[in-house]
Design a protein around this ligand. Structure first.
Ligand code: SER
Length: 378
């Protein structure tokens, strides 16, 4: 795979530079805790802080925006530890607020993914694309197909229904059909695939989703599409950890450079303690949960019994459970170096991660101790 020298930090910068050059204002990541939206606990996508602007409000920085947004998703916490699920992740995204539409959105997605000079330098032969097949709410997206055909052969473009190719942040708000890009991660390459072969390849992870361009032009209320928005928007999102995994030629996100320091701190010790082959999954859960916990603390969350604080508490408690599975005790000298390494890795992109290094560790340590006490008194 190409561009194996790009670090995750370089990919983040490349993405923002690429869209800056194309007229986008670069926004800093908003806090993980939404500022004006009590309906969700966390920002789960780059577009979440931008909902009012997608609905028509004028953004002070213009109608082309880009960001790398910190996100937390807890819906699939039980999957964490496999090769690609993470509680905390960063989402790269660019937005058109009633400005450019499908033509430029698709062109720039393709260019960023494949350009060696300005983008990720991924192999175009490994790209597959899905588009919306159409239903009573919106037509079959033949327009997107025509645009895609300028870049990839038509037999790598697949029509799929709403459950795959439609995106909305929830039951209310902006939404629309999307076109998703997938990358072949098999060693030999999958080549041409029929529709059914492609669907099977997606189901068993031989292709992974790397980018989603949503053509947000509809509004949903109480789960139903009720009409068009006043403007046609573009909302894109690409998981930074996932693209980093591909660019760095890895087969799971925990082997990317985000985790290098933390992983070597943890794994070396782990192997001294257990022969159980499950230790790899357990260690990944610890790596994931401590990273998410530290980011939550850096955005002001404190452990509690409700809302964001409860999620933080749960992450720390689950960490303790897996640390104990491996070590049969909870040595703080396991947790501290992992927390430290994340502060180092993220300090440049998120300076408050350095400020929070000491307090973050204290908060996590206190919570660990509280939980251990509960365990021993039950
Ligand atoms: N909002 C869309 C997603 O999360 C595209 O960014 O996939």
């Amino acid at each position: 795979m190409k561009n194996s020298m790009l670090s995750s930090a370089e990919i983040r910068i490349r993405f923002l530079e690429f869209f800056k050059k194309r007229g986008h204002a670069v926004l800093p990541s908003a806090s993980l805790v939404p500022e004006n939206d009590p309906s969700v606990l966390f920002n789960t996508a780059g577009m979440q802080p931008l909902v009012p602007y997608l609905m028509g409000q004028k953004h002070p920085l213009g109608n082309r925006l880009a960001s790398c947004q910190k996100c937390v998703r807890t819906g699939d916490i039980e999957e964490v530890g496999n090769h690609k699920n993470l509680t905390f992740f960063e989402m790269l995204g660019n937005w058109s607020l009633g400005d450019y539409f499908k033509e430029d959105a698709i062109k720039w997605s393709y260019e960023f993914l494949t350009s060696k000079e300005e983008g990720l330098g991924l192999d175009p032969e490994r790209l597959y694309v899905t588009v919306f097949e159409g239903d009573e709410d919106a037509p079959r997206d033949l327009e997107a197909v025509e645009i895609w055909k300028q870049y990839i052969p038509e037999n790598r473009i697949y029509f799929l229904p709403k459950k795959n190719n439609w995106w909305s942040p929830g039951d209310n708000g902006p939404c629309g059909p999307d076109t998703e890009m997938f990358y072949d991660v098999t060693p030999d390459g999958l080549g041409e695939m029929t529709h059914n072969e492609y669907v099977a390849a997606d189901e068993d992870g031989r292709v992974v989703e790397i980018w989603n361009d949503v053509f947000m032009q509809y509004e949903k209320r109480d789960g139903k599409v009720v009409g068009k928005l006043s403007q046609k928007n573009v909302d894109t999102g690409s998981g930074l950890e996932r693209v980093t995994m591909l660019v760095q030629g890895k087969t799971n996100v925990y082997e990317t450079d985000f985790f290098d320091q933390a992983r070597s701190n943890l794994m070396i010790r782990t192997m001294e303690y257990t022969q159980n082959p499950e230790y790899i999954r357990w260690s990944r859960i610890i790596l994931d949960h401590l990273r998410a916990a530290l980011f939550l603390v850096s955005d002001g969350v404190v452990p509690s019994n409700k809302d964001q604080g409860y999620v933080l508490r749960r992450l720390v408690r689950r960490t303790v459970i897996y640390v104990q599975k491996i070590y049969k005790k909870t040595p703080h000298d396991i947790i501290l170096p992992v927390v430290d390494s994340y502060a180092n890795v993220y300090g440049e992109a998120y300076p408050n991660m350095l400020d929070v290094k000491a307090t973050g560790y204290e908060v996590i340590r206190n919570e660990v101790e509280k939980f251990i006490k509960t365990l021993t008194t039950v």
